[in-house]
Design a protein around this ligand. Structure first.
Ligand SMILES: Nc1ncnc2c1ncn2[C@@H]1O[C@H](COP(=O)(O)OP(=O)(O)O)[C@@H](O)[C@H]1O
Ligand SMILES: CC(=O)OP(=O)(O)O
Ligand SMILES: [Mg+2]
Length: 404
């Protein structure tokens, strides 16, 4: 029998599960899909049977929880002859958002590992419970199958103490594990490597600022392949302005909202995580819709865009100072890959730092990794599509292979 060589990757978010089935022999995608609106009205499962070359299948049905979502994934895959019972399956790789200080490498899932991921739930209440339910359902369906947890925090474990430690009482911080962890690490790692390839230079020799701009958004400073700073902190709330999260804010604003505004702690948590960012500023969190409204002269949409891109520019400037020399600024994820306007505005006025976009190159749409700065620019500006699922599959497969 040939060795099992396929990996199913699950990226469970608070209300969705994205998945891909990959053949590691050639890195090809066999199937992919997303279950959306879990636990809400209007649940929907979209499945792409890539290997079969078949039509995209969309099933509209209520999906009460993540367990139901994964049963639906399992059914759709089985319908293509790619079910979870397949002997070709080598592992399931999970994106797990918070790994704390404990997990800095891809990790084979055991009872102890599950317990430790559970202990980290208070630090990622939107994300870790969803990741755990994915692990539990697969255990039920295929108890013999190796499962690997790949942590969003892992790539940032190298951030030095000067950047990772908050300037608060040392004992309190250590007792409660309050420090900068950083997130989207799998994406920052994948994109920094792909950017070096795009420039045709060894990763060890280049300094890169990676801007991951999806629903959540984060920046990182990567020196020779090693992450030295990142904008998210103890939780995925710090840093850039995001779709629904505020990013950086004076912590005293929270006391004020509580003492003077009468908001409870949970209400403030909800306000900053789910009703702030672009959504809070203008009522929309989708950059496409904001672009459309700006074209119509909508002042709130324009201001939201300006605040979003101003914060980006500030972080780019800060990371120029952190890195000393910057060889590339790489834009990735939904907004970074698809919005020429955000790229242009975020880097406006940075010519003095050797950073600028070429308006013609920047306007070109496409899905390939590409350079969008003028040929003579000191720093390359690149658009580099991320592929967290492929990276998770590679790390998971390599771990199960090394375990024999
Ligand atoms: N063509 C586009 N132009 C501008 N923004 C886009 C475009 N396509 C997608 N986006 C943005 O990408 C965001 C989603 O990014 P994505 O990386 O898929 O997020 P996540 O993985 O965090 O769910 C959307 O909210 C939207 O604002
Ligand atoms: C950690 C995080 O912010 O993830 P996402 O962008 O998927 O919400
Ligand atoms: Mg994402």
């Amino acid at each position: 029998m040939t060795e099992p060589s396929r990996v199913l990757v699950l990226n469970s978010g608070s209300s969705s599960v994205k998945y891909q089935l990959l053949e590691m022999a050639d890195g090809s995608r066999l199937a992919a899909g997303i279950v959306e609106r879990i636990g809400e009205r209007g649940g929907r499962h979209t499945h792409r049977p890539i290997a079969q070359g078949g039509e995209v299948r969309t099933v509209e049905r209520q999906v009460p929880d993540h367990a139901a979502a994964l049963r639906s994934v399992s059914e759709q895959l089985a319908g293509d002859g790619l079910g979870l019972d397949s002997p070709a399956l080598a592992a399931v790789g999970h994106r797990v958002v918070h790994g704390g200080t404990r997990f800095t490498e891809p990790t084979l899932v055991t009872d102890d590992v599950i317990e430790e991921i559970e202990d980290l739930v208070p630090l990622a209440p939107l994300h870790n419970p969803a990741n755990l339910s994915g692990i539990r359902v697969i255990r039920e369906l295929r108890p013999d199958l190796p499962q690997v947890a790949v942590f969003d925090t892992a790539f940032h474990a190298t951030v030095p103490e000067a950047a990772a430690r908050y300037a608060i009482d040392r004992d309190t911080a250590d007792r409660l594990s309050v420090r900068r962890y950083g997130f989207h690490g799998t994406s920052h790692q994948y994109v920094s490597r792909r950017t070096a390839e795009l420039l045709g230079r060894p990763l060890e020799s280049v300094n890169i600022i990676v801007l991951h701009l999806g629903n959540g958004a984060s920046a990182s400073a990567v020196a020779g392949g090693v992450c030295v700073d990142t904008s998210m902190g103890l939780t995925p709330l710090e840093g850039l302005v995001m779709g629904t999260r505020s990013g950086d804010i004076d912590p005293a604003a929270i006391f004020h909202l509580h003492r003077v505004g009468g908001l409870a702690v949970d209400e403030i948590d909800d306000l900053l995580n789910r009703h702030s960012g672009l959504l809070g500023l203008c009522g929309d969190n989708d950059m496409r819709e904001i672009g459309r409204r700006m074209a119509e002269g909508d002042a709130h949409a324009r201001e939201a865009f300006d605040i979003y891109t101003y914060r980006l520019r500030k972080y780019v400037g800060a990371y120029c100072a952190v890195l000393g020399r910057v060889d590339a600024v790489a834009f990735t994820a939904g907004v970074g890959e698809n919005s020429p306007a955000v790229r242009e505005a975020a880097l406006r006025g940075l010519e003095g730092f050797g950073i600028e976009v070429d308006p013609v190159l920047n306007a070109v749409r496409g899905s390939a990794a590409r350079v969008v700065s003028p040929a003579e620019a000191r720093t390359a500006v690149a658009v580099v599509p991320t592929d967290e699922e492929l990276e998770i599959a590679r790390q998971s497969y390599s771990l199960v292979q090394s375990q024999g």
